[in-house]
Design a binder for this molecule. Structure first.
Ligand code: B12
Length: 475
Protein backbone atom coordinates (compact mmCIF):
# COMPACT_ATOMS: atom_id res chain seq x y z
CA UNK A 1 0.00 0.00 0.00
CA UNK A 2 1.12 3.53 -0.69
CA UNK A 3 1.47 5.81 2.31
CA UNK A 4 0.30 9.34 2.98
CA UNK A 5 1.13 11.56 5.92
CA UNK A 6 -1.51 14.18 6.72
CA UNK A 7 -0.09 17.09 8.71
CA UNK A 8 -2.10 19.59 10.69
CA UNK A 9 -0.27 22.93 10.53
CA UNK A 10 -2.63 24.83 12.83
CA UNK A 11 -0.74 25.97 15.94
CA UNK A 12 -3.34 28.48 17.17
CA UNK A 13 -4.49 27.72 20.70
CA UNK A 14 -6.90 30.65 21.14
CA UNK A 15 -9.72 30.81 21.96
CA UNK A 16 -8.92 27.12 22.47
CA UNK A 17 -7.06 24.47 20.51
CA UNK A 18 -9.21 22.75 17.88
CA UNK A 19 -8.67 19.13 16.86
CA UNK A 20 -8.11 18.45 13.14
CA UNK A 21 -11.58 17.12 12.29
CA UNK A 22 -11.13 17.48 8.51
CA UNK A 23 -7.90 15.46 8.47
CA UNK A 24 -9.47 12.68 10.52
CA UNK A 25 -12.35 12.49 8.03
CA UNK A 26 -9.88 12.35 5.16
CA UNK A 27 -7.94 9.54 6.84
CA UNK A 28 -11.15 7.58 7.12
CA UNK A 29 -11.94 8.20 3.42
CA UNK A 30 -8.47 7.09 2.30
CA UNK A 31 -8.42 3.81 4.20
CA UNK A 32 -8.06 0.95 3.47
CA UNK A 33 -6.70 1.89 0.05
CA UNK A 34 -3.84 3.88 1.55
CA UNK A 35 -1.88 3.69 4.78
CA UNK A 36 -2.51 6.97 6.56
CA UNK A 37 -0.86 8.67 9.50
CA UNK A 38 -1.73 12.03 10.98
CA UNK A 39 0.81 14.42 12.42
CA UNK A 40 -0.98 16.88 14.70
CA UNK A 41 1.03 20.08 14.96
CA UNK A 42 -1.22 21.99 17.37
CA UNK A 43 0.94 21.40 20.43
CA UNK A 44 4.17 20.13 18.84
CA UNK A 45 4.30 23.09 16.42
CA UNK A 46 6.32 21.20 13.82
CA UNK A 47 9.16 20.14 16.15
CA UNK A 48 8.96 16.40 15.53
CA UNK A 49 7.61 16.56 11.98
CA UNK A 50 10.94 15.69 10.31
CA UNK A 51 11.34 12.72 12.62
CA UNK A 52 7.84 11.58 11.75
CA UNK A 53 8.52 11.85 8.02
CA UNK A 54 11.78 9.89 8.32
CA UNK A 55 10.16 7.15 10.37
CA UNK A 56 7.00 6.77 8.24
CA UNK A 57 8.59 7.49 4.86
CA UNK A 58 5.36 8.51 3.11
CA UNK A 59 4.76 8.58 -0.66
CA UNK A 60 2.71 11.76 -0.31
CA UNK A 61 2.42 14.50 2.30
CA UNK A 62 -0.76 16.50 2.74
CA UNK A 63 -0.74 19.73 4.73
CA UNK A 64 -3.95 21.09 6.14
CA UNK A 65 -4.12 24.90 6.12
CA UNK A 66 -7.02 26.04 8.25
CA UNK A 67 -6.17 29.60 9.25
CA UNK A 68 -4.54 32.29 7.12
CA UNK A 69 -4.82 35.16 9.60
CA UNK A 70 -6.77 35.71 12.76
CA UNK A 71 -9.29 38.26 11.41
CA UNK A 72 -8.50 40.80 14.12
CA UNK A 73 -7.69 44.01 12.26
CA UNK A 74 -5.08 45.36 14.70
CA UNK A 75 -3.37 42.08 15.50
CA UNK A 76 -1.51 41.14 12.35
CA UNK A 77 -1.13 37.40 12.93
CA UNK A 78 -0.28 35.80 9.58
CA UNK A 79 -0.09 32.04 10.07
CA UNK A 80 1.34 31.21 6.65
CA UNK A 81 4.91 32.34 7.49
CA UNK A 82 5.25 29.72 10.22
CA UNK A 83 3.43 27.11 8.18
CA UNK A 84 6.19 27.51 5.61
CA UNK A 85 9.15 27.84 7.99
CA UNK A 86 8.14 25.24 10.60
CA UNK A 87 6.24 22.67 8.52
CA UNK A 88 6.75 22.81 4.76
CA UNK A 89 10.45 23.82 4.56
CA UNK A 90 11.67 21.25 7.11
CA UNK A 91 9.84 18.53 5.18
CA UNK A 92 11.29 19.71 1.86
CA UNK A 93 14.80 19.42 3.28
CA UNK A 94 14.44 15.69 3.84
CA UNK A 95 11.81 14.55 1.34
CA UNK A 96 10.93 15.17 -2.27
CA UNK A 97 7.51 13.48 -2.36
CA UNK A 98 4.55 15.46 -3.75
CA UNK A 99 3.16 18.04 -1.34
CA UNK A 100 -0.62 18.43 -1.40
CA UNK A 101 -2.47 21.29 0.29
CA UNK A 102 -6.05 21.70 1.43
CA UNK A 103 -8.18 23.10 4.26
CA UNK A 104 -10.62 25.93 4.77
CA UNK A 105 -8.09 28.80 4.76
CA UNK A 106 -6.41 27.28 1.72
CA UNK A 107 -9.79 27.04 -0.04
CA UNK A 108 -10.39 30.79 0.29
CA UNK A 109 -7.01 31.75 -1.16
CA UNK A 110 -5.88 28.70 -3.11
CA UNK A 111 -3.73 30.43 -5.72
CA UNK A 112 -2.02 32.78 -3.29
CA UNK A 113 -1.17 29.89 -0.98
CA UNK A 114 0.07 27.71 -3.88
CA UNK A 115 2.33 30.56 -4.95
CA UNK A 116 3.91 31.28 -1.58
CA UNK A 117 4.39 27.62 -0.66
CA UNK A 118 5.34 26.23 -4.06
CA UNK A 119 3.27 23.11 -3.31
CA UNK A 120 2.73 20.46 -5.99
CA UNK A 121 -1.05 20.11 -5.66
CA UNK A 122 -3.95 21.72 -3.89
CA UNK A 123 -7.55 20.68 -3.37
CA UNK A 124 -10.16 23.37 -2.91
CA UNK A 125 -13.04 22.51 -0.55
CA UNK A 126 -13.97 19.14 0.90
CA UNK A 127 -11.64 16.36 -0.15
CA UNK A 128 -13.08 12.96 0.89
CA UNK A 129 -13.86 12.15 -2.76
CA UNK A 130 -11.14 14.13 -4.46
CA UNK A 131 -8.01 13.24 -2.46
CA UNK A 132 -8.31 9.49 -3.18
CA UNK A 133 -8.90 10.36 -6.85
CA UNK A 134 -5.83 12.59 -6.96
CA UNK A 135 -3.66 9.96 -5.25
CA UNK A 136 -4.89 7.25 -7.64
CA UNK A 137 -4.02 9.50 -10.54
CA UNK A 138 -0.56 10.22 -9.12
CA UNK A 139 0.00 6.50 -8.38
CA UNK A 140 -0.45 5.89 -12.10
CA UNK A 141 1.78 8.77 -13.12
CA UNK A 142 -1.01 10.48 -15.08
CA UNK A 143 -1.75 14.16 -15.66
CA UNK A 144 -4.06 15.17 -12.81
CA UNK A 145 -5.08 18.64 -13.94
CA UNK A 146 -8.59 17.64 -15.05
CA UNK A 147 -9.78 16.44 -11.64
CA UNK A 148 -12.43 18.79 -10.17
CA UNK A 149 -11.25 21.03 -7.30
CA UNK A 150 -7.60 20.20 -7.99
CA UNK A 151 -4.95 22.83 -8.59
CA UNK A 152 -1.70 21.63 -10.08
CA UNK A 153 1.40 23.62 -9.23
CA UNK A 154 4.28 21.24 -9.86
CA UNK A 155 5.35 22.70 -13.15
CA UNK A 156 5.96 26.02 -11.48
CA UNK A 157 2.91 27.37 -13.29
CA UNK A 158 -0.38 27.16 -11.44
CA UNK A 159 -3.29 25.92 -13.48
CA UNK A 160 -6.23 28.12 -12.57
CA UNK A 161 -8.99 26.52 -14.59
CA UNK A 162 -10.21 24.09 -11.96
CA UNK A 163 -13.90 23.30 -11.54
CA UNK A 164 -15.43 23.38 -8.07
CA UNK A 165 -17.70 20.51 -7.04
CA UNK A 166 -19.29 19.44 -3.81
CA UNK A 167 -20.34 15.92 -2.87
CA UNK A 168 -24.05 15.12 -3.00
CA UNK A 169 -23.92 12.79 -0.04
CA UNK A 170 -22.14 13.82 3.14
CA UNK A 171 -22.83 10.52 4.90
CA UNK A 172 -19.29 9.23 5.00
CA UNK A 173 -16.84 7.59 7.37
CA UNK A 174 -16.49 8.75 10.94
CA UNK A 175 -13.72 11.03 12.13
CA UNK A 176 -13.01 9.08 15.37
CA UNK A 177 -10.68 11.93 16.26
CA UNK A 178 -9.46 10.41 19.53
CA UNK A 179 -8.40 7.21 17.76
CA UNK A 180 -6.34 9.07 15.20
CA UNK A 181 -4.59 11.70 17.29
CA UNK A 182 -3.65 12.13 20.93
CA UNK A 183 -6.84 13.70 22.29
CA UNK A 184 -5.55 14.21 25.85
CA UNK A 185 -4.29 17.77 25.43
CA UNK A 186 -7.72 18.75 24.04
CA UNK A 187 -9.61 17.25 26.94
CA UNK A 188 -9.08 20.11 29.35
CA UNK A 189 -9.29 23.19 27.21
CA UNK A 190 -10.68 21.88 23.96
CA UNK A 191 -13.70 20.15 22.56
CA UNK A 192 -14.63 17.17 20.43
CA UNK A 193 -15.82 18.57 17.09
CA UNK A 194 -18.90 17.28 15.31
CA UNK A 195 -20.14 18.36 11.90
CA UNK A 196 -23.84 17.81 11.19
CA UNK A 197 -24.03 19.22 7.68
CA UNK A 198 -22.11 21.09 5.03
CA UNK A 199 -22.92 24.17 3.01
CA UNK A 200 -24.59 27.46 3.79
CA UNK A 201 -27.40 28.93 1.76
CA UNK A 202 -27.23 32.36 3.39
CA UNK A 203 -25.77 35.29 1.54
CA UNK A 204 -23.99 37.37 4.24
CA UNK A 205 -21.95 39.73 2.11
CA UNK A 206 -18.55 39.20 3.74
CA UNK A 207 -18.71 35.47 4.37
CA UNK A 208 -16.42 32.82 2.95
CA UNK A 209 -18.38 29.74 4.09
CA UNK A 210 -20.32 29.24 0.84
CA UNK A 211 -16.96 29.31 -1.00
CA UNK A 212 -15.55 26.60 1.24
CA UNK A 213 -18.60 24.37 1.65
CA UNK A 214 -20.95 25.37 -1.17
CA UNK A 215 -24.29 27.14 -1.01
CA UNK A 216 -26.54 24.13 -0.55
CA UNK A 217 -27.16 22.57 2.85
CA UNK A 218 -26.24 18.89 2.76
CA UNK A 219 -27.33 17.21 5.96
CA UNK A 220 -26.14 14.14 7.78
CA UNK A 221 -28.69 11.78 9.27
CA UNK A 222 -29.61 12.93 12.84
CA UNK A 223 -29.49 9.34 14.14
CA UNK A 224 -25.96 8.87 12.75
CA UNK A 225 -24.86 12.06 14.48
CA UNK A 226 -26.29 10.95 17.84
CA UNK A 227 -24.59 7.55 17.38
CA UNK A 228 -21.30 9.28 16.69
CA UNK A 229 -21.64 11.33 19.88
CA UNK A 230 -22.69 8.27 21.88
CA UNK A 231 -19.71 6.24 20.68
CA UNK A 232 -17.21 9.03 21.29
CA UNK A 233 -18.53 9.76 24.77
CA UNK A 234 -18.37 6.08 25.59
CA UNK A 235 -14.70 6.03 24.60
CA UNK A 236 -13.77 9.35 26.20
CA UNK A 237 -16.00 9.77 29.20
CA UNK A 238 -16.93 13.34 29.93
CA UNK A 239 -15.93 15.80 27.18
CA UNK A 240 -17.61 18.78 25.57
CA UNK A 241 -18.92 18.22 22.05
CA UNK A 242 -19.04 21.21 19.75
CA UNK A 243 -20.96 21.54 16.51
CA UNK A 244 -18.85 23.23 13.85
CA UNK A 245 -21.59 23.96 11.29
CA UNK A 246 -21.92 27.39 9.71
CA UNK A 247 -25.32 27.70 11.40
CA UNK A 248 -26.50 24.93 13.69
CA UNK A 249 -30.26 25.39 13.34
CA UNK A 250 -30.58 25.60 9.56
CA UNK A 251 -32.47 24.38 7.67
CA UNK A 252 -35.30 24.39 10.19
CA UNK A 253 -35.96 21.01 11.75
CA UNK A 254 -32.51 19.41 11.44
CA UNK A 255 -31.11 20.68 14.76
CA UNK A 256 -34.38 19.75 16.48
CA UNK A 257 -34.13 16.23 15.06
CA UNK A 258 -30.52 15.87 16.26
CA UNK A 259 -31.50 16.99 19.78
CA UNK A 260 -34.38 14.49 19.81
CA UNK A 261 -32.03 11.65 18.86
CA UNK A 262 -29.65 12.63 21.66
CA UNK A 263 -32.48 12.90 24.20
CA UNK A 264 -33.96 9.55 23.10
CA UNK A 265 -30.62 7.84 23.77
CA UNK A 266 -30.43 9.50 27.22
CA UNK A 267 -26.86 10.59 26.50
CA UNK A 268 -25.23 12.44 29.38
CA UNK A 269 -23.28 14.92 27.31
CA UNK A 270 -22.16 18.50 27.39
CA UNK A 271 -22.84 20.32 24.13
CA UNK A 272 -22.08 23.69 22.66
CA UNK A 273 -22.50 25.30 19.30
CA UNK A 274 -21.72 28.37 17.30
CA UNK A 275 -24.10 29.93 14.80
CA UNK A 276 -27.72 29.97 15.98
CA UNK A 277 -29.76 31.63 13.24
CA UNK A 278 -32.32 33.97 14.86
CA UNK A 279 -34.89 33.31 12.12
CA UNK A 280 -35.19 29.68 13.08
CA UNK A 281 -34.79 30.07 16.83
CA UNK A 282 -37.91 28.94 18.68
CA UNK A 283 -39.07 27.91 22.13
CA UNK A 284 -39.21 24.35 20.87
CA UNK A 285 -35.58 24.46 19.69
CA UNK A 286 -34.34 25.94 22.98
CA UNK A 287 -36.29 23.42 25.01
CA UNK A 288 -34.80 20.57 22.99
CA UNK A 289 -31.31 22.04 23.16
CA UNK A 290 -31.50 22.40 26.93
CA UNK A 291 -32.78 18.84 27.32
CA UNK A 292 -30.11 17.45 25.00
CA UNK A 293 -27.29 18.96 27.09
CA UNK A 294 -26.38 22.36 25.66
CA UNK A 295 -24.56 24.41 28.27
CA UNK A 296 -23.40 27.25 26.08
CA UNK A 297 -24.08 28.80 22.67
CA UNK A 298 -22.69 31.50 20.43
CA UNK A 299 -25.12 34.06 19.03
CA UNK A 300 -23.74 35.76 15.94
CA UNK A 301 -26.25 38.31 14.63
CA UNK A 302 -23.27 40.57 13.60
CA UNK A 303 -25.39 43.69 14.09
CA UNK A 304 -28.68 44.73 15.64
CA UNK A 305 -29.22 47.73 13.42
CA UNK A 306 -32.11 47.14 11.01
CA UNK A 307 -30.26 49.03 8.27
CA UNK A 308 -27.06 47.05 8.77
CA UNK A 309 -28.94 43.75 8.85
CA UNK A 310 -30.10 44.60 5.34
CA UNK A 311 -26.72 45.93 4.22
CA UNK A 312 -24.99 42.72 5.35
CA UNK A 313 -27.81 40.64 3.80
CA UNK A 314 -28.25 38.67 7.03
CA UNK A 315 -31.62 37.20 6.09
CA UNK A 316 -33.23 37.90 9.48
CA UNK A 317 -34.59 41.01 11.16
CA UNK A 318 -34.30 42.80 14.49
CA UNK A 319 -37.53 41.31 15.85
CA UNK A 320 -36.13 37.85 15.25
CA UNK A 321 -32.91 38.73 17.08
CA UNK A 322 -34.95 40.11 19.99
CA UNK A 323 -37.00 36.93 20.11
CA UNK A 324 -33.82 34.84 20.20
CA UNK A 325 -32.39 37.04 22.97
CA UNK A 326 -35.56 36.55 25.01
CA UNK A 327 -35.32 32.79 24.57
CA UNK A 328 -31.68 32.86 25.67
CA UNK A 329 -32.73 34.65 28.89
CA UNK A 330 -35.76 32.42 29.39
CA UNK A 331 -33.74 29.20 29.04
CA UNK A 332 -30.79 30.72 30.88
CA UNK A 333 -28.29 29.56 28.27
CA UNK A 334 -24.86 31.16 28.74
CA UNK A 335 -24.09 32.92 25.47
CA UNK A 336 -21.20 34.57 23.71
CA UNK A 337 -22.49 37.30 21.43
CA UNK A 338 -20.57 38.38 18.34
CA UNK A 339 -20.94 41.71 16.58
CA UNK A 340 -19.04 42.87 13.49
CA UNK A 341 -18.87 46.62 13.15
CA UNK A 342 -17.90 48.81 10.23
CA UNK A 343 -19.68 47.19 7.28
CA UNK A 344 -21.04 49.18 4.33
CA UNK A 345 -23.36 51.90 5.62
CA UNK A 346 -22.28 51.75 9.28
CA UNK A 347 -22.47 55.16 10.91
CA UNK A 348 -22.84 56.52 14.44
CA UNK A 349 -26.61 55.96 14.39
CA UNK A 350 -26.41 52.33 13.33
CA UNK A 351 -23.78 51.74 16.02
CA UNK A 352 -26.15 53.18 18.58
CA UNK A 353 -28.92 50.86 17.38
CA UNK A 354 -26.72 47.85 18.10
CA UNK A 355 -25.60 49.14 21.52
CA UNK A 356 -29.20 49.91 22.46
CA UNK A 357 -30.03 46.29 21.69
CA UNK A 358 -27.12 45.04 23.80
CA UNK A 359 -28.16 47.22 26.74
CA UNK A 360 -31.73 46.05 26.59
CA UNK A 361 -31.41 42.39 25.73
CA UNK A 362 -28.01 40.92 26.57
CA UNK A 363 -27.43 39.42 30.00
CA UNK A 364 -24.55 41.40 31.60
CA UNK A 365 -23.02 38.06 32.62
CA UNK A 366 -22.69 37.12 28.96
CA UNK A 367 -19.74 38.07 26.82
CA UNK A 368 -20.10 40.42 23.88
CA UNK A 369 -17.29 40.22 21.34
CA UNK A 370 -16.95 43.37 19.25
CA UNK A 371 -14.97 43.18 16.05
CA UNK A 372 -14.27 46.36 14.13
CA UNK A 373 -13.47 46.20 10.43
CA UNK A 374 -14.56 43.41 8.13
CA UNK A 375 -11.99 41.02 6.67
CA UNK A 376 -12.54 41.05 2.91
CA UNK A 377 -12.38 37.72 1.09
CA UNK A 378 -12.22 37.24 -2.67
CA UNK A 379 -15.41 36.26 -4.54
CA UNK A 380 -17.71 37.83 -1.96
CA UNK A 381 -20.18 40.71 -2.39
CA UNK A 382 -18.11 42.74 0.11
CA UNK A 383 -15.10 42.45 -2.19
CA UNK A 384 -17.19 43.97 -4.98
CA UNK A 385 -18.36 46.78 -2.67
CA UNK A 386 -14.74 47.58 -1.83
CA UNK A 387 -13.90 47.63 -5.55
CA UNK A 388 -16.94 49.83 -6.26
CA UNK A 389 -15.83 52.31 -3.61
CA UNK A 390 -12.34 52.39 -5.08
CA UNK A 391 -10.73 50.88 -1.96
CA UNK A 392 -9.17 48.03 -3.93
CA UNK A 393 -8.73 47.35 -7.64
CA UNK A 394 -10.76 44.59 -9.34
CA UNK A 395 -8.76 41.38 -9.09
CA UNK A 396 -6.38 42.78 -6.50
CA UNK A 397 -5.25 40.23 -3.92
CA UNK A 398 -6.46 40.69 -0.33
CA UNK A 399 -4.49 37.69 0.94
CA UNK A 400 -1.57 39.43 2.61
CA UNK A 401 -1.58 41.94 4.11
CA UNK A 402 -5.20 41.17 4.93
CA UNK A 403 -7.60 43.84 3.73
CA UNK A 404 -10.26 45.13 6.13
CA UNK A 405 -13.31 47.09 5.07
CA UNK A 406 -14.47 50.13 7.08
CA UNK A 407 -17.59 52.06 6.26
CA UNK A 408 -16.68 55.36 4.62
CA UNK A 409 -19.39 56.97 6.74
CA UNK A 410 -17.46 56.41 9.95
CA UNK A 411 -13.87 55.39 9.14
CA UNK A 412 -11.49 53.25 11.19
CA UNK A 413 -10.40 55.90 13.68
CA UNK A 414 -13.84 56.96 14.86
CA UNK A 415 -15.14 53.40 14.80
CA UNK A 416 -12.29 52.14 17.02
CA UNK A 417 -12.84 55.05 19.37
CA UNK A 418 -16.59 54.34 19.62
CA UNK A 419 -15.98 50.64 20.28
CA UNK A 420 -13.49 51.45 23.03
CA UNK A 421 -15.93 53.90 24.61
CA UNK A 422 -18.68 51.28 24.47
CA UNK A 423 -16.37 48.78 26.15
CA UNK A 424 -15.58 51.18 28.99
CA UNK A 425 -19.28 51.59 29.76
CA UNK A 426 -20.06 47.88 29.53
CA UNK A 427 -17.70 45.51 31.35
CA UNK A 428 -19.03 42.49 29.44
CA UNK A 429 -18.34 44.03 26.01
CA UNK A 430 -14.81 43.40 24.78
CA UNK A 431 -13.10 44.74 21.68
CA UNK A 432 -11.49 41.90 19.68
CA UNK A 433 -8.00 42.78 20.90
CA UNK A 434 -9.01 42.29 24.53
CA UNK A 435 -10.60 38.90 24.12
CA UNK A 436 -7.47 36.82 24.67
CA UNK A 437 -7.08 37.00 28.46
CA UNK A 438 -3.63 37.41 30.02
CA UNK A 439 -2.18 34.05 31.20
CA UNK A 440 -2.33 35.14 34.86
CA UNK A 441 -6.07 35.74 34.51
CA UNK A 442 -6.57 32.28 33.04
CA UNK A 443 -4.58 30.77 35.94
CA UNK A 444 -6.75 32.60 38.44
CA UNK A 445 -9.92 31.49 36.66
CA UNK A 446 -8.80 27.85 36.65
CA UNK A 447 -8.01 28.04 40.38
CA UNK A 448 -11.38 29.60 41.21
CA UNK A 449 -13.22 27.03 39.12
CA UNK A 450 -11.40 24.14 40.77
CA UNK A 451 -11.84 25.41 44.32
CA UNK A 452 -15.54 26.23 43.89
CA UNK A 453 -16.19 23.33 41.52
CA UNK A 454 -17.75 25.75 39.02
CA UNK A 455 -19.48 24.21 36.03
CA UNK A 456 -20.30 27.48 34.27
CA UNK A 457 -18.62 28.27 30.93
CA UNK A 458 -15.08 29.61 31.30
CA UNK A 459 -15.99 32.97 29.78
CA UNK A 460 -18.29 33.74 32.70
CA UNK A 461 -15.58 33.06 35.27
CA UNK A 462 -13.14 35.17 33.28
CA UNK A 463 -15.60 38.06 32.97
CA UNK A 464 -16.07 38.20 36.74
CA UNK A 465 -12.32 38.21 37.37
CA UNK A 466 -11.95 40.85 34.68
CA UNK A 467 -14.36 43.13 36.52
CA UNK A 468 -12.32 42.83 39.71
CA UNK A 469 -9.05 43.42 37.88
CA UNK A 470 -10.48 46.49 36.13
CA UNK A 471 -11.75 47.88 39.43
CA UNK A 472 -8.31 47.31 41.03
CA UNK A 473 -6.59 48.98 38.13
CA UNK A 474 -4.82 45.73 37.21
CA UNK A 475 -6.00 45.99 33.59
C1 B12 B 1 -16.08 25.86 13.45
C2 B12 B 1 -15.10 26.98 13.18
C3 B12 B 1 -14.49 27.59 14.29
C4 B12 B 1 -14.73 27.13 15.72
C5 B12 B 1 -13.91 25.86 15.95
C6 B12 B 1 -14.57 24.90 16.86
C7 B12 B 1 -14.04 23.52 16.70
N1 B12 B 1 -14.41 22.72 17.63
O1 B12 B 1 -13.34 23.18 15.78
C8 B12 B 1 -14.21 28.35 16.54
C9 B12 B 1 -15.34 29.32 16.78
C10 B12 B 1 -13.55 28.03 17.86
C11 B12 B 1 -13.25 28.97 15.52
C12 B12 B 1 -12.20 29.76 15.88
C13 B12 B 1 -11.33 30.33 14.95
N2 B12 B 1 -11.51 30.42 13.63
CO1 B12 B 1 -12.85 29.39 12.70
N3 B12 B 1 -13.98 28.38 11.64
C14 B12 B 1 -14.82 27.39 11.85
C15 B12 B 1 -15.51 26.90 10.56
C16 B12 B 1 -16.93 27.43 10.53
C17 B12 B 1 -15.57 25.38 10.35
C18 B12 B 1 -14.26 24.61 10.49
C19 B12 B 1 -14.56 23.13 10.49
O2 B12 B 1 -14.44 22.48 11.50
N4 B12 B 1 -14.99 22.57 9.35
C20 B12 B 1 -15.34 21.17 9.20
C21 B12 B 1 -14.19 20.28 8.71
C22 B12 B 1 -14.68 18.88 8.45
O3 B12 B 1 -13.73 20.81 7.51
P1 B12 B 1 -12.20 21.16 7.23
O4 B12 B 1 -11.38 21.07 8.43
O5 B12 B 1 -12.16 22.42 6.46
O6 B12 B 1 -11.70 19.95 6.30
C23 B12 B 1 -12.18 19.66 5.01
C24 B12 B 1 -11.54 20.46 3.86
O7 B12 B 1 -11.08 21.74 4.24
C25 B12 B 1 -10.47 19.59 3.34
N5 B12 B 1 -9.17 19.59 3.97
C26 B12 B 1 -8.80 19.91 5.23
N6 B12 B 1 -7.49 19.68 5.42
C27 B12 B 1 -6.99 19.20 4.27
C28 B12 B 1 -5.70 18.79 3.93
C29 B12 B 1 -5.46 18.30 2.64
C30 B12 B 1 -4.11 17.86 2.27
C31 B12 B 1 -6.52 18.27 1.71
C32 B12 B 1 -6.26 17.79 0.32
C33 B12 B 1 -7.81 18.69 2.04
C34 B12 B 1 -8.03 19.14 3.33
O8 B12 B 1 -11.05 18.30 3.47
C35 B12 B 1 -11.71 18.24 4.75
C36 B12 B 1 -12.82 17.25 4.70
O9 B12 B 1 -13.73 17.53 3.68
C37 B12 B 1 -14.60 27.57 9.46
C38 B12 B 1 -15.33 28.03 8.20
C39 B12 B 1 -15.66 26.88 7.31
N7 B12 B 1 -16.87 26.82 6.86
O10 B12 B 1 -14.81 26.05 7.03
C40 B12 B 1 -14.01 28.77 10.22
C41 B12 B 1 -12.58 29.30 9.86
C42 B12 B 1 -11.66 28.11 9.60
N8 B12 B 1 -12.12 30.00 11.04
C43 B12 B 1 -11.39 31.00 10.76
C44 B12 B 1 -10.68 31.74 11.75
C45 B12 B 1 -9.90 32.95 11.25
C46 B12 B 1 -10.70 31.40 13.10
C47 B12 B 1 -9.93 32.07 14.26
C48 B12 B 1 -8.47 32.42 13.98
C49 B12 B 1 -10.73 33.33 14.67
C50 B12 B 1 -10.25 33.99 15.96
N9 B12 B 1 -9.47 35.05 15.85
O11 B12 B 1 -10.59 33.52 17.00
C51 B12 B 1 -10.07 31.02 15.38
C52 B12 B 1 -8.90 30.02 15.41
C53 B12 B 1 -9.15 28.85 16.32
C54 B12 B 1 -8.07 27.79 16.28
N10 B12 B 1 -7.68 27.30 17.44
O12 B12 B 1 -7.59 27.44 15.23
C55 B12 B 1 -11.35 31.29 9.26
C56 B12 B 1 -10.00 31.03 8.58
C57 B12 B 1 -9.79 31.99 7.40
C58 B12 B 1 -8.77 33.02 7.73
N11 B12 B 1 -9.07 34.29 7.59
O13 B12 B 1 -7.69 32.67 8.13
C59 B12 B 1 -12.51 30.41 8.73
C60 B12 B 1 -12.31 29.83 7.35
C61 B12 B 1 -13.78 31.30 8.78
C62 B12 B 1 -13.69 32.54 7.97
N12 B12 B 1 -13.50 33.68 8.59
O14 B12 B 1 -13.78 32.55 6.80
N13 B12 B 1 -13.57 28.60 14.27
Amino acid sequence: LKKILLANTNIEKAPYPVPPLGLCLLASALEPQYTVEIYDGVFDEGKSLQEKVLAFSPDYIGFSIRNIDDVVADRPVFYIDRIISDFIEPVRKISSVPIILGGSGFSIFPFDVMRVTGASYGIVGEAEDILPQLLNCLDQGLDCSGIPNVIVGDSGLIWEGYQLRFMKDVRRGLSEIDRRIDFNPYRQKGVYSIQTKRGCSHGCIYCSYPLIEGKKFRMRDPADIAEEIAAASKRLGFVTFEFVDSTFNDPKGHAEAICREIIRRKLKVRLRTMGINPRHASGELFELMTDAGFTQIDATPDTASPRMLKALDKGFNLDEIRKMAELIRQYDLPTMWFFLFGGPGENEETLKETFDFIDEYVNPEDLVYMNAGMRVYPNTPLYDVAVGEGLIRAGETVFHPPFYYYSVLIGKKVLDQKINEAAKLRPNCLPALATVPPPAMIQEALAVRASQNLQEPMFRTLLRIRRVWTANGRL
